[in-house]
Unconditional design. Structure first.
Length: 426
């Protein structure tokens, strides 16, 4: 048995054990990376740790630390009240507001994980307060980010269009953008219906004081606690704005920026910030970093290239196109979407050059397949959603994200292939 197949089988075993024995999958994946990397691939410790996602580790820790402080000092409550006032108390509109905000952020140039890191904690705090499914809210945030992610001025769009130009393939920036936007809008609509969005239509948030009607003039009129703007809340709101400016305006690292801002807030208000370190999503950090370290070992072994080339050698263009969409979806659920697109599009060049498969449709289908699956809890966006959800059973929420991500992986590549690739065949 080849080393590549062994690494795939071990990954499957890790999934089975973690699911049946309730062991943190990240811990199992670290052990698997050590075993497979050392015994099968001949890697030393440095080779194994080369796949450790240090940047994602810092993002997860930094963002959850900052928003743990925001929860402790009442900032998230203030933001929830502000969101209710924005939509005049109509709770059903909030998931779509979050979809639109993340979509706008990525469309104007934010990296998708940065947009999700900014919006997800606020969206999921709102979901916890008003009994909205965290899966619904998290999916709306991620699909919003991916919906705007391929605009001509976005990071994803610029990268894919650059690859297309470099490979001398025909391309259409607008087809790529609107294809992804429509796909994510359709998925978001389905998620909204299936996970309780319609039940929110008659539900209203807590009215602010102006909407409560006239009170007895002798009754003391106290401002709702979530509406009071204290110095700590004002400073935290300024920190959140600074995070957005740092990430979008100056292209600074989201994790390092968030940790720096959290430390500054902790130094000024240590009492409300002291317990925030304990609320960092450490089990999620272990899970995600462990799995991605193992995926890094697989990449070092050549397993990813092995799978891609095996599909490219099939010789049946339409079938190869479908399998490449699935490979992009499956691998991207565990790894960098941009990296996967950078590898898959060149792999598709040989049979695209034959003229039997429409290049524009194929590239759009690959882009959708490789990014829409970022709801997986093993991807950066899915991990941020998992880490940001307050007051949830994280193991249960992890399983929900994993099942939902699996459904997306199973359905969306075939749908994208059917709509975008098959009509251009021949």
């Amino acid at each position: 048995m080849s080393a590549e197949l062994i690494s795939i089988l071990v990954l499957a075993v890790v999934f089975v054990i973690a699911t049946t024995r309730s062991i943190n999958m990240g811990a199992l994946a670290f052990a698997a990376a050590f075993g497979v990397g050392g015994l099968v691939a001949g890697l030393d410790a440095d080779g194994v740790f080369a796949g450790f996602p240090g940047d994602l580790f810092v993002v997860l820790v930094g963002v959850t630390y900052l928003f743990a402080i925001a929860r402790a000092n009442g900032t998230t409550d203030w933001l929830v009240h502000a969101a209710i006032r924005l939509v005049r108390g109509r709770i059903a509109l909030i998931p779509w507001v979050m979809f639109a905000i993340t979509g706008a952020l990525t469309a104007i140039g934010a990296v998708s994980p940065a947009a999700v890191a900014i919006v997800a904690p606020i969206a999921l705090s709102f979901a916890a307060r008003y009994g909205i499914s965290p899966l619904l809210m998290g999916a709306m945030v991620v699909h919003g980010a991916q919906g705007g992610g391929f605009s001509p001025i976005s990071i994803y769009g610029s990268i894919v269009n650059g690859i297309v130009e470099r490979e001398n393939l025909p391309g259409s920036e607008l087809t790529l953008f609107f294809g992804s936007l429509v796909a994510n809008l359709v998925i978001a609509g389905i998620v909204f219906v299936l996970f309780g969005g319609l039940k929110l239509s008659g539900k209203r948030g807590e009215p602010d004081r102006a909407e409560q009607g006239q009170k007895d003039e002798h009754e003391p009129k106290e401002e709702p606690s979530g509406s009071r703007l204290t110095p700590a809340i004002s400073a935290t709101l300024a920190a959140l704005v600074a995070l957005v400016v740092a990430v979008l305006g100056f292209d600074l690292d989201a994790g390092l920026s968030a940790i720096t801002l959290a430390v500054l807030l902790s130094a000024v208000w240590p009492d409300t910030s002291r317990k925030a370190v304990g609320e960092i999503a450490w089990p999620t950090v272990l899970l995600i970093c462990g799995v991605l370290t193992y995926v890094g070992v697989m990449e070092e072994m050549g397993t990813i290239d092995y799978a891609g080339h095996a599909v490219g050698d099939i010789g049946i263009p339409l079938l190869a196109a479908l399998l490449l969409c699935y490979i992009g979806a499956i691998i991207s659920a565990f790894a960098s979407s941009v990296g996967i697109m950078g590898a898959l599009i060149p792999l598709a060049v040989p049979f695209l050059a034959q003229g039997e498969i429409g290049a524009i449709g194929m590239i759009t289908a690959l882009a959708i397949s490789a990014t829409v699956v970022d709801v997986s809890p093993f991807s950066t966006n899915g991990a941020l959603v998992l880490a940001a959800a307050p007051d949830v059973d994280r193991e249960r929420f992890f399983r929900q994200l994993m099942v939902y991500g699996g459904i997306v992986v199973a359905v969306v590549p075939a749908a994208a292939w059917l709509v975008l690739v098959v009509p251009g065949f021949g």
